[in-house]
Design a protein around this ligand. Structure first.
Ligand code: ZN
Length: 355
């Protein structure tokens, strides 16, 4: 079959919106007609990376409806609404790497990534497809597959924040607001949002931030340490920049020798270079520095929980989505706008509405 996709043909050039040809699903694959897809910062990193093999398909969070399945696929069937994600749904069955996709572009057979959602259909391995149900918005839930699992998962799955813990979140874009929401769900005590942008900080209050710090006006490390009497139980870097990686370590509270261990700094945003660690903070203070990938999630159990929290109002995905484009054709504008810092929460493209 043929479908339209946003194809990164040449580094530095706008995405080409063109037809690609998909093979029939193999026995482990699912063909999904997509309803909506998020536009995530990590795709900007891919677009800027000249070393990636092209043509390249992008995007890794979406919703859609199953239109065909391979013979070995048992957890979804034709007509089911699903979430599409980059986190394999059940690693007890099969450990990654999930096999890559194949497609034909301009007459050439290409091996694609193992997931893509900037397209009107995706032919995905069954590990990347999770049942959604018919009673929930397919637009709002389209960001669960990356923004929510990465942000909420970092708090609940990776850090295991407990009621009353103090939390600081550096960078409150699409993932950062999900970290805030996760902290609120975990019933954290003080939840401090740190960003360079007042508009984003104001917005952060809607997702549970009890305090905000504008790092362009004050030293955020001093501010957070002053507010909390010496540091937080958990700090999260949703950006991955060298400066924020240092800051999350410096606001993790020190422990007391023999009495209490120190706070935990959690790297959520993907660092784009080497990380150096201030030697004065380790091992003195017994701080922890951990990474969180896909929120340490097990989607087969965790995604239905995210959907449930959304239905209950604890996870306001509808408010997190601040820009809804009406077609795949808007992707280049979506990328530009995200890059320019114009998106307070998450932007999505809506390809199709359920019948
Ligand atoms: Zn993402």
């Amino acid at each position: 079959m043929k479908t339209r996709a946003a194809v990164d043909v040449e580094h530095g050039q706008p995405l080409a919106i063109e037809e690609i040809e998909l093979p029939d699903p193999n026995e482990e694959e699912v063909l999904v007609e997509l309803y909506a897809s998020g536009i995530c910062h990590s795709q900007l990193h891919q677009l800027h990376n000249p070393t990636l093999a092209r043509p390249l398909l992008l995007g890794h969070e979406a919703t859609g409806v199953v239109t065909a399945t391979g013979s070995a696929v048992t957890h979804v069937r034709e007509g089911d609404r699903v979430m599409v994600t980059w986190v394999p749904r059940d690693i007890t069955v099969e450990y990654p790497p999930v096999p890559r996709t194949r497609f034909n572009f301009r007459g050439r057979d290409v091996e694609g990534p193992n997931i893509y959602t900037w397209a009107e259909h995706v032919l995905a391995h069954e590990q990347m497809v999770i049942p959604l149900g018919d009673d929930v918005s397919v637009e709002d839930t389209s960001i669960i597959g990356c923004a929510t699992v990465t942000g909420v998962g970092a708090v609940i799955g990776s850090a295991k924040v407990q009621p009353g813990d103090t939390v600081a979140v550096f960078g409150v874009g699409g993932v950062g607001i999900n970290v805030l929401a996760g902290a609120q769900i975990a019933r954290a005590g003080r939840i401090i949002a740190v960003d360079l942008n007042d508009e984003k900080l104001e917005f952060a209050k809607e997702f549970g931030a009890t305090d905000v710090v504008n790092a362009s006006e004050v030293d955020p490390v001093e501010a957070v340490n002053d507010m909390t009497g010496g540091g937080v139980d958990f700090s999260f870097d949703a950006i991955g920049a060298e400066v924020t990686l240092h800051q999350i370590v410096e606001v993790a509270k020190p422990g007391r020798l023999g009495a209490a261990r120190g706070g935990t700094a959690v790297i959520v945003g993907i660092p784009q270079g080497p990380i150096t660690i201030p030697q004065g903070l380790f091992p003195v203070g017994e701080r922890h520095l951990i990474g969180s990938l896909g929120g340490s999630s097990h989607p087969v159990e965790d995604y239905p929980q995210y959907v449930e929290w959304y239905k209950q109002g604890a996870l306001p995905l509808n408010k997190m989505i601040t820009k809804r484009y009406n077609a795949l054709d808007d992707i280049n504008e979506g990328v530009r706008s995200l890059e320019a810092g114009e998106i307070s929460g998450r932007s999505i493209m809506v390809y199709k509405r359920p019948e």
